[in-house]
Design a protein around this ligand. Structure first.
Ligand code: SAH
Length: 218
């Protein structure tokens, strides 16, 4: 039994190292992001039957018609959000099983992660408990409304595609802050919004495919 467990640990370390090499090949350059990705065991966040595929560069089903994001997308989005700077106080919309929140927690001062499906949030809580990351707070709520009681945020990252930018997220962005979200329906692209004293600026980036941002909680 002991030997089996050690075996799984070793396999996970080796496949995780391969995942990092692949992310480099795919163009992820931010060393801090690569280090954060290497620090989080993705197999903890996927269902046991899929654990052997945890370090493949694909999205995997989470149940509830949701998916755990592809490692490349998680790394790419956090790299864009950082733009070489500190993440500071971060809001994540669409925590799912908590994987991206765990990666963000390696880099951000505080992570507030919101999920609208209560059962998924329970799973995120259970997954994250093992990792002991005291700077993550999870909340069951509709991310369209942001999290007014903890605002303003230095960075906001949305893991579900919106048809338009939720106004609450713009309001809750700090001056000098950055908001990254997938925008669109059938065709989506990442949109980076930066807030300065002159107002908001918007940059359209990579084409992506996310589950939709849905209103309300369940
Ligand atoms: N961040 C996750 C990805 C989860 S997929 C990861 O690390 O893999 C996107 C998640 O967004 C789903 O769990 C979905 O339930 C959630 N979601 C969709 N609309 C939402 C909303 N309005 N508020 C909060 N979460 C939402």
């Amino acid at each position: 039994m002991k030997r089996d467990l050690a075996g799984i640990g070793l396999t996970s370390q080796r496949t995780r190292a391969r995942m990092i090499e692949r992310l480099r090949e795919e163009g992820i350059r931010d060393e801090a992001v690569l280090k954060a990705m290497a620090a989080v065991p993705r197999h903890v966040f996927v269902e046991e039957a899929l654990a052997h595929r945890a370090y493949e560069d694909t999205a995997l089903p989470l149940g509830f018609q949701q998916t755990i994001s592809q490692p490349y997308i998680v790394a790419r989005m956090i790299e864009l959000l950082r733009s070489g700077r500190e993440l500071g106080k971060t809001l994540e919309i669409g925590a799912g099983c908590g994987y991206q929140a765990a990666v963000l927690a390696q880099l951000a001062r505080d992570v507030y992660a919101i999920e609208r499906i209560a059962q998924l949030l329970d799973r995120a809580r259970a997954n994250l408990r093992h990792l002991r990351l005291p700077n993550i707070r999870l909340k069951h709520a509709d991310g369209n409304l942001g999290l007014a009681q903890a605002a303003p945020f230095d960075t906001i990252i949305v893991a579900a595609a919106a048809s338009h930018v939720p106004p609450a997220l713009l309001e809750q962005l700090a001056l000098g802050g950055r908001l990254l979200l997938p925008l669109g329906g059938a065709e989506q692209s990442l949109c980076l919004i930066e807030r300065s004293y002159r107002g908001y600026s918007e940059t359209r980036l990579d084409a992506v495919r996310f589950v939709p941002l849905v209103a309300g909680v369940e």
